[in-house]
Write a protein that binds this ligand. Structure first.
Ligand code: KIV
Length: 268
C-alpha cells in the first residue's frame, strides 16, 4: 500500500517546519474525493454533521453509529488525507473504558486515523489512556459545542484572564497527555497565538485567529451552502446555495415547459 503524504506523528514536524495545516470537515465519500484531490491535509468527520445534514439545533444527539457511518464513507473517498473522527457526546465522558471501546470501534470499523474529543481537565486522563493504547487523539478547546448548555451559547471563550489561563493550562496538559493536535474554537486571536506558541503540537483554529498552526472550517459553511450562518470568522469561498437554487429552478421550469428532456437526453 502506498505511503500516505502525512501521518499523525508527522504533525509536530509540520508545525516545526512552519507549514500550516489545512483542514475541512467532511461527511461523505463524494466530497472526500474532491477535498483529497485538492490536497487538503486533514478531513474532520465532525459531529456538526448532526446539525448541518441532520437539521438539528446542536451536536448533542449525534450517535457513535452515525459517526461511524459517515467516517467510513469519508474513508472510502480518501487516498491521502488524514481523517479525524469526532467522538459524539456521551461516547467518551462517562468512563475511560467507554472512551477506549468507542474510539477503538471508530478506528477499526472505519479505517480512519484518529479521534477528536472535547475538553481539557477531566478529559486529560482519558486522552492519556487512549494514546497509551495506540489511539491518536486530537483535542478541542475553547467553544466546545457538546457543552453548549453549560456555555450558554455559541460565543467567544477566554475573554477573561481566568478562563484564558485555564484554556492555556488545558492545552499544555492535553499535549502532555499525548494529544496529536488541538482544535481551538472561538477564542480571541491573541489567546490563539499564545497557546500555539506554548505548544509543540499544532493548534487548528476555527475563529481563533491567524496565529494558529492550521485552520479548519465547516465545508458546507465555507462553500456557502448554509446561507443563514454568518459568524465573523467565516469566509465564504463560494455561493453554492445560490448555484443550487438557480439550477433546481431552471430544471423545474424546463420540466414544466416540456423542454426537458429533449431529444439529446432521450433514448432511441
Ligand atoms: O464538529 C465539527 O465540525 C467541529 C469543527 C467545528 C471543528 O468540531
Amino acid at each position: 500500500m502506498a505511503e500516505r503524504a502525512l501521518s499523525m506523528p508527522d504533525l509536530t514536524a509540520r508545525k516545526k517546519a512552519g507549514e500550516k495545516l489545512v483542514v475541512l470537515t467532511c461527511y461523505d465519500a463524494l466530497f472526500a474525493r474532491m477535498l483529497d484531490a485538492a490536497g487538503i491535509d486533514m478531513l474532520l468527520v465532525g459531529d456538526s454533521v448532526h446539525q448541518l445534514l441532520g437539521g438539528n439545533a446542536n451536536t448533542l444527539g449525534a450517535t457513535l453509529d452515525q459517526m461511524i457511518y459517515h467516517a467510513a464513507a469519508v474513508r472510502r473517498g480518501t487516498t491521502n488525507a488524514l481523517i479525524v473522527v469526532d467522538l459524539p457526546f456521551l461516547s467518551y465522558q462517562a468512563s475511560i473504558e467507554d472512551a477506549i471501546r468507542n474510539s477503538g470501534r471508530v478506528l477499526a470499523e472505519t479505517g480512519c486515523h484518529a479521534v477528536k474529543l472535547e475538553g481539557g481537565g477531566a478529559m486529560v486522563p482519558t486522552v492519556q489512556a487512549l494514546v497509551d493504547r495506540g489511539i491518536p487523539v486530537v483535542g478541542h478547546l475553547g467553544l466546545t459545542p457538546q457543552s453548549i448548555n453549560q456555555l450558554g451559547g455559541y460565543r467567544v471563550q477566554g475573554r477573561t484572564n481566568a478562563i484564558a489561563d485555564a484554556l492555556h493550562e488545558d492545552a499544555v496538559d492535553l499535549e502532555g497527555a499525548g494529544a496529536s493536535a488541538i482544535v481551538l474554537e472561538l477564542v480571541p486571536q491573541e489567546l490563539g497565538r499564545s497557546i500555539s506558541s506554548a505548544l509543540r503540537i499544532p493548534t487548528i483554529g476555527i475563529g481563533a485567529g491567524p496565529g494558529c498552526d492550521g485552520q479548519v472550517l465547516v465545508l458546507h459553511d465555507m462553500l456557502g451552502l448554509n446561507a443563514d450562518f454568518t459568524p465573523k470568522f467565516l469566509k465564504r469561498y463560494a455561493d453554492l446555495a445560490g448555484t443550487v437554487s438557480s439550477a433546481v429552478r431552471e430544471y423545474a421550469a424546463e420540466v414544466r415547459a416540456g423542454t426537458y428532456p429533449d431529444a439529446s437526453h432521450s433514448f432511441d
